[in-house]
Design a protein. Structure first.
Lengths: 477, 477
């Protein structure tokens, strides 16, 4: 649905867009518009009026001002790998591509920072810094194709969140284009900076609803000296959950502590053929990194704790290559599951890690109740699960059951002290449920902030804030 | 200066305050008002109309609503140890004491969190968690008397910032009372949570200008197994600066990397009598923690690097007790200096750590130019210096030179990519300079946020945002 502007209005806007960045960077052909009418989220599509590709921060700011002055919806887009329809231009208008802003501007080895433009591919950054013996920990599963701008917009997580945190924990400074056409800078190469409100963290994770990040300075750390991986196999899902708690209670924080249920294991093994066990109910994939002697000690202790909690087997990856193969297999879980049915709906309800076993059990009960197929995998160590429903969007009746099942899963997560979304964002898909987590007063604070920065509501409209909140099925305490 | 309300208005407000929390928690005696007319910042004093002490979050929210409805200034206060006049009630009105809200509500060993009320003393929290083998790293020098609520409001730093970050890096969830009388909750016991904007980090460090934090859930980590401390002595300040860079460039991140110049050393030794060297131009106090074998290795390497950079001596603290004595001596630097002259003005201009040597040199030049006495110490590892001016507030002419000197120091810090304040906050003292760091557009964004949450401007009025920005002496590029 292109915006409801007249031909004449659109033609004026086009002229101004061309004046900002040249004819070659303004696309209003049907094929161009179709290419950016959807993202990685199933079941969302809408046609923008223009697809534009600015080359500088100043051009980005000029586009924002034009859109704000003409009340034209603006959707910023990197690689479109998000899973909440955040880059789908649901109200038409302008899709702002960051493809020309894809440079690494500086690697500062004295201050351990890297400064990049938003269109840079995440993996390009991690590869570059690892060449220098440095490390940028956030590793969303899509990192081979996702852009850092998308990661910043969504505050992406990944497999290393337990020990190293998420994207926002590595952002030191931003340049941001605002809807009023101004460019501002926040933060600096500074561990400590309390000059005013923390705008850096406000914009990270704001899903393109406040402004456009045009440059980011990221914090790096020394690359861990070594790394080891074990697989713990379980015939009892609760035992896997207890193992997670036991490891943390013994004061070890592994880098990665992933859970895969039998359904997911089978799908991944079918896809990757690396010899994953498919005859067990669940596995934990555990990685520790650091100085060699500490990794050895931790891995040994963690293996023992898993055995104490009745893991039926614990296997050590024999080599770095085998460990990498396991991590890659885990990252392919969504793709592997997606092959099985026409539509794959993946959520990321998140709970305190102490509630992992309870949550996995609740998901299984909900799946049974609504007669839907839900496989579960995810980042057990930080309570971030990805219940994934294999379904078919053409089957309306089943889709209704799927939606009801996920609503119940969200409700359960919140009841357990969790959240609707750990790392995928609110976007369109979780917007109707946001009030369950934040309450009316919390949403009002966020809307007030949005209104103060984007008074004409042009930034990613239709996302995060829903026109209608879902009713909760039961009243929570 | 009490607020400009009439006797009648004040009497109505008093009645309502008494209705909220009882006569015994509303003090309008002159002695009570005088006691809270100033804080740890020199040269600021103003009389509030009331000093109130709510017992619950609901009472806090009710006070905020009353103040908002009656446009009464509200100043939230813990122990008043801040150094930017943030708790001085410069426009009169209500001082909100958090003394009754001083409980540790929960220590969750499975999720590694502690939930506290804002009036809890910082050291009470660190002592409690260390009993369990856990660790809350932020350690502002005032931690024996500061409250966690104050630390949250200021986003306090400390001596361990280099490796472990600052207060905001350990805040997982908040309960906040808003000026509209609502209580909201942000975050959760969740490493990953992207449900809406990051209000947690917006409120942390907002210096009481947006709302009142009534409860906080803090992240804990396992307590490091061991710790070692060395002192490196220098006859050349630049060599100390180069040592800092060299350690980081060799991919070691010590917990603590403190710098003290000769003036500070002499003052501290006079105060503490622990045998600090006073015949050298500067020292670095370096601490590493972690598994014993790694600490030994790092400390050995760091000592070598200091010697390579021409440290005249490197001494290893012989015992934990001696190391603790050194840390305590460092924490006493401000008190030690404060004994020497009637007025002590301590700033915390901060630069990227690569610029430490340049900044120390610039401070010395400025002191010479304005003929003022400035001692410098601070957190060299994270570029956070505390140039401290020993002066006498009664000497107007000298105070003008002091002010001009600090303005030039701020300007230099910003020129080097730094900031006005690393950990002490903007408050009243740095407000006129804030625009130098943020630009007009950046300040406007912050003001818009403030306006959306606190439309009547009752929260800590007169702080952070200045009515008049200082002119910069030279135009920066």
């Amino acid at each position: 649905m292109p915006s409801s502007k007249s031909e004449k209005q659109l033609s004026t806007i086009k002229e101004k867009l061309v004046a900002i960045m040249g004819q070659e960077n303004v696309d209003d052909t049907m094929s161009g518009r179709l290419a950016y009418s959807y993202d990685a989220t199933p079941n969302f599509q809408a046609l923008p009026d223009f697809v534009v590709s600015p080359r500088t921060a100043e051009e980005v700011a000029a586009v924002l001002k034009l859109c704000s002055d003409t009340s034209t919806p603006l959707y910023t887009r990197g690689s479109g790998t998000n899973l909440c329809a955040d880059t789908c231009p649901i109200k038409g208008g302008v899709v702002l591509l960051m493809k020309h802003l894809d440079k690494i501007l500086e690697l500062d080895k004295e201050n351990l920072t890297i400064t990049v433009q938003p269109g840079t591919i995440t993996k390009t950054i991690t590869d570059r810094v690892e060449q220098e013996g440095l490390f940028y920990p956030p590793d969303p599963s899509s990192m081979k194709i996702s852009t850092i701008g998308g990661n910043l917009g969504e505050n992406s997580g990944g497999l290393r969140g337990l020990k190293y945190g998420v994207t926002k924990d590595y952002v030191m400074a931003l340049q941001i284009a605002l809807p009023n056409g101004e460019l501002i800078r926040t933060g600096g190469k500074l561990t400590k900076d309390v000059a005013g409100y923390d705008l850096t963290h406000l914009f990270v994770g704001s899903e393109g609803t406040l402004g456009v990040i045009t440059e980011a300075t990221l914090k790096l750390i020394p690359k861990p000296e070594s790394q080891k991986t074990i697989l713990a196999l379980y015939q009892d899902i609760e035992a896997a959950g207890r193992s997670v708690s036991s490891i943390i209670a013994h004061k070890m924080i592994p880098v990665t502590l992933e859970f895969l249920d039998q359904d997911t294991l089978k799908a991944v093994e079918d896809f990757a053929h690396i010899g994953l066990p498919t005859d067990v109910k669940a596995i934990l994939l555990i990685v520790q990194d650091g100085p060699k002697e500490i990794v050895d000690r931790d891995i040994h202790r963690m293996a023992e704790l898993c055995r104490e909690e009745h893991a039926v087997d614990v296997r050590l990856a024999a080599s770095d290559a085998e460990a990498e193969e396991l991590a890659t297999a885990r990252r392919s879980a969504l793709s592997a599951l997606a092959r099985l049915k026409p539509t794959t709906i993946l959520e990321d309800a998140t709970v305190p890690r102490s509630e992992i076993a309870t949550m996995v059990r609740a998901i299984a009960e909900v799946a049974k109740k609504y007669k839907v197929r839900i496989s579960t995998f995810g980042h057990a160590g930080d309570g971030n699960l990805h219940p994934t429903c294999l379904t078919d969007a053409r089957d309306k009746e089943e889709m209704e059951r799927v939606e009801a099942a996920f609503a119940e899963i969200f409700e359960k997560a919140i009841e357990l002290g969790g959240t609707l979304t750990g790392e995928h964002g609110v976007g369109v898909t979780k917007a109707p449920y946001l009030e369950w987590k934040l309450g009316h007063a919390g949403i009002e604070v966020m809307k007030g902030i949005k209104q103060s920065i984007d008074p004409n509501g042009i930034m990613n409209p239709g996302k995060v804030f829903s026109e209608q909140s879902k009713q909760r099925m039961v009243m929570m305490k």
